[in-house]
Design a binder for this molecule. Structure first.
Ligand code: 5RP
Length: 253
């Protein structure tokens, strides 16, 4: 994998104002430069990862990449990958992935992430936990000093059984830091719970300040019966590609 040798490198972009989606696309295309023929690829989910999947499909069609096998992180990405002609498999047949490319909701200075505001955190964590290299692609709005400090959600996937009980216990875990737990609902579905690809619900945790000790928070959340997985991806990203008005920055672990 042709990773830059320095922990941080930058490339300038032309001085025009780019939309957030254009920045996402720039980060995604840069990440696809890491893809080589013959690789098993983890295919992320979301509006940024979508550009990477499209690009991989383009390169396959143009004959510039061969023998790629994609492992999608959601049903949506599965459908998209099929539509652009990427051959697919799963973790059962390919337990080791060469490279995964995915977006994130927040990235801290240590390359820890919040993911899952798009609802695919469990499959993303399974796939990205099985890869040799995990390249995260974001526009600069996703950079934060501390995870959970932006007033936005840190998602937790839970089983539907007695979800209120589990949501209350999650909130109680962080009551000292004024955490509020809210069940995610589907837009336009009369407040019906949002159901993940795995048939579970998502409780979004909103922190007053920030999450604090990430490892400790991860441990207590995962100890609760009823919790399936949370959206903190700690020490998993090997590279983060950030596209901003000032250019592309590549941060390596
Ligand atoms: C989905 C995710 C996404 O990667 C994350 O929400 C970022 O999405 P986008 O690229 O649309 O901003 O974790 O579960």
């Amino acid at each position: 994998v042709p990773a830059p040798s320095s922990p941080l490198s930058s490339t300038s972009l032309p001085s025009v104002t780019l939309t957030q989606d254009e920045l996402k696309k720039i980060a995604a295309y840069k990440a696809v430069e890491y893809v080589e023929s013959g690789m098993v690829l983890g295919l992320g989910t979301g509006s940024t990862a979508k550009h990477a999947v499209d690009r991989i499909g383009d390169l396959l069609r143009q004959g510039k990449l061969h023998n790629i096998v994609g492992i999608p992180t959601s049903r949506k990405t599965h459908e998209q990958a099929v539509s652009v002609g990427i051959p697919l498999a799963d973790l059962d047949s390919h337990p080791v992935i060469d490279l995964a490319i995915d977006g994130a909701d927040e990235v801290d200075p240590h390359l820890n992430l919040v993911k899952g505001r798009g609802g695919s955190l469990l499959r993303e964590k399974m796939v990205e936990g099985a890869c040799r290299k995990f390249v995260v692609i974001v526009d600069e709005s996703k950079l934060v000093k501390h995870l959970g400090g932006s007033g936005l959600a840190m998602p937790v996937e839970i089983v539907p059984f007695c979800w209120k009980f589990t949501a209350r216990r999650l909130q109680n875990l962080f009551e000292d830091s004024g955490c509020v737990a809210k069940l995610r609902t589907s837009s336009g579905a009369n407040g019906e719970p949002y159901v993940t690809d795995n048939g579970n619900y998502i409780v979004d945790l909103y922190f007053k300040e920030d999450i604090g000790d990430l490892k400790a928070a991860s441990d207590v959340i995962l100890q609760l019966a009823g919790v399936v997985e949370h959206g903190m991806f700690l020490d998993m990203a090997t590279t983060v590609i950030v596209a901003g008005e000032m250019g592309i920055t590549v941060k390596n672990k």
